[in-house]
Ligand binder design. Structure first.
Ligand code: F0G
Length: 454
């Protein structure tokens, strides 16, 4: 059959509170045109993030009831450790309350002032943790990864030549090489297994450990199966194991590809580094068998990891974004192509050419999507990246809007509705106006800035 159905039925639902356009205009103005300040209840379709917003399965809720809340040695920890170990093969698995806590642990231990850490593209929190340690976060994506409308099967790949050259020149100040799968900041684009192996090999040749930010590892493995030569007949679990087999460790947000609402981990093979990480963990997160999580959270993650590698789920998951992306593309809405694993990305600078980058076309589109259809997305552009540390401002490389899909939450009619809202906006896009910032904090301004419409 051609129709890919949601591979689940729904037993428990959350009602959506319907709102009118007039109400939404009022609520957005009251929130000073900052979508982060809206009450979630005032949003019809919430695509702000795919992080921690997954619908858990009946099996996960069941597992939650069996959570062992012992301070030390809880059986929920051993279940979690076995589930992560089975998929990744790492020797030491250290739970944390979310992904950025794992990054914080790793980089406070390995990064020092003057160091540099290359990656395909660091996610913001990874970059933040590297910079907080006084080191430099270096992005080395392949050139294709920087062109929104260009089709390429593995746009998330790292530029292997650039990595090798970087390590030849800066090897002595590089404590590790990183790889983000999928490449969130680059549009949720996958990385090929060949590229992961290539990067690991280069790191090894230069004597550097290789770490994977594995937040969306299952989506990445699905793309490997779909698009990479030699992977088509292999099981997802085998591809996942091969992915991590070449790494020395990983950071993970279980809020993504573990179907959990909270959680993460740091995994390592190096015994001494793992011991240092556990010591630090006790100071900042908790005892090494719970790491800032409740036993029930560890249960939800262990069960979620069984479910995330299901091929029927992954087929539906990746198809949802491809379906929306293809329909927007056919309608002439400029989108990042091909569709990423967890989100649809719209090139707002191309969609709204009458709004200059410093009048925030991405943010203007995100506001219009909310007013028109109650859809909450997120600007990834000049509002997020345009302010320099000295307070000056410059356009970001791109002005995108990300519509991130929570896992197992929305259905095809929600997808059709999103497309319809774009069809409506397309007819009135010339009337969409830019914005100016009237108040902003010194950093991470997109979360709390106040705007006015021009
Ligand atoms: N790495 C990647 C690639 C991520 O996408 C995220 C989170 C993190 C690390 C940090 O994990 O949130 O558990 O601390 N991304 C979310 C997003 C917030 O909306 O893309 P965390």
């Amino acid at each position: 059959m051609k129709t890919i159905i949601e591979p689940f039925r729904i037993k428990s639902v959350e009602p959506i509170r319907m709102t009118s356009r007039a109400e939404r205009e009022e609520m957005l103005a009251a929130a000073q045109f900052n979508l982060f300040k809206l009450h979630a209840d005032d949003v019809l379709i919430d695509l702000l993030t795919d992080s921690g917003t997954s619908a858990m399965s009946a099996a996960q809720w069941g597992a939650i009831m069996t959570g062992d809340e012992s301070y030390a040695g809880a059986k929920s920890f051993y279940k979690f450790e076995a589930a992560v170990g089975d998929l990744t093969g790492f020797r030491h698995i250290i739970p944390t309350h979310q992904g950025r806590a794992a990054e914080h642990l790793l980089f406070t231990l390995i990064a020092k002032p003057g160091h540099a850490i290359p990656s395909n593209t660091h996610f913001d929190t990874t970059r933040g943790n590297i910079e907080a340690a006084g080191a430099e976060a270096i992005d080395l994506p392949i050139p294709e990864g920087r062109q929104p409308s260009l089709e390429h099967p593995f746009k998330g790949n790292i530029d292997l030549g650039a990595l090798d050259a970087f390590l030849s020149e800066h090897g002595e100040r590089t404590p590790a090489v990183m790889m983000t799968i999928t490449n969130n900041a680059g549009g949720g684009q996958p990385v090929s297994l060949e590229n992961i192996r290539g990067a690991a090999e280069i790191a090894k040749t230069h004597g550097k450990p290789f770490y994977i930010d594995g937040c969306r590892f299952a989506e990445n493995a699905w793309f490997n199966k779909l698009r990479e030569e030699g992977q088509g007949n292999r099981g997802i679990k085998d591809i996942v194991r091969d992915t991590f087999a070449v790494a020395d460790g990983m950071t993970m947000s279980a809020k993504k590809d573990a179907f959990a609402n909270i959680g993460g981990w740091l995994a390592l093979n190096d015994d001494a580094l793992a011991e240092a990480a556990r010591t630090r963990l006790i100071q900042t997160e908790g005892f090494p068998t719970y790491g800032g999580l409740a036993g029930r959270d560890l249960e939800a993650i262990a069960q979620g990891l069984e479910e995330i590698i299901d091929e029927d789920y992954l087929r539906y998951r990746v198809r949802t974004n491809a379906y929306i992306t293809e329909r927007l593309d056919a309608m002439g809405v400029p989108v990042v192509k091909p569709a990423g694993g967890h989100a649809v990305f719209i090139d707002a600078r191309a969609f709204l050419p009458h709004i200059s980058p410093l009048e925030y076309p991405g943010h203007a589109l995100a506001c219009a999507l909310y007013e028109e259809g109650g859809i909450r997305g997120c600007e990834i552009g000049t509002v997020m990246f345009g302010r320099k540390p000295d307070g000056s401002e410059a356009p970001a490389a791109m002005d995108l809007v990300r519509l991130a899909m929570p896992r197992r939450v929305y259905t095809q009619s929600h997808a059709d509705y999103i497309v319809e809202v774009f069809a409506e906006l397309t007819t009135k896009k010339d009337d969409i106006r830019g914005l100016k910032i009237v108040r902003e904090p010194p950093m991470m301004r997109h979360f709390t800035a106040a705007f006015e419409r021009l």
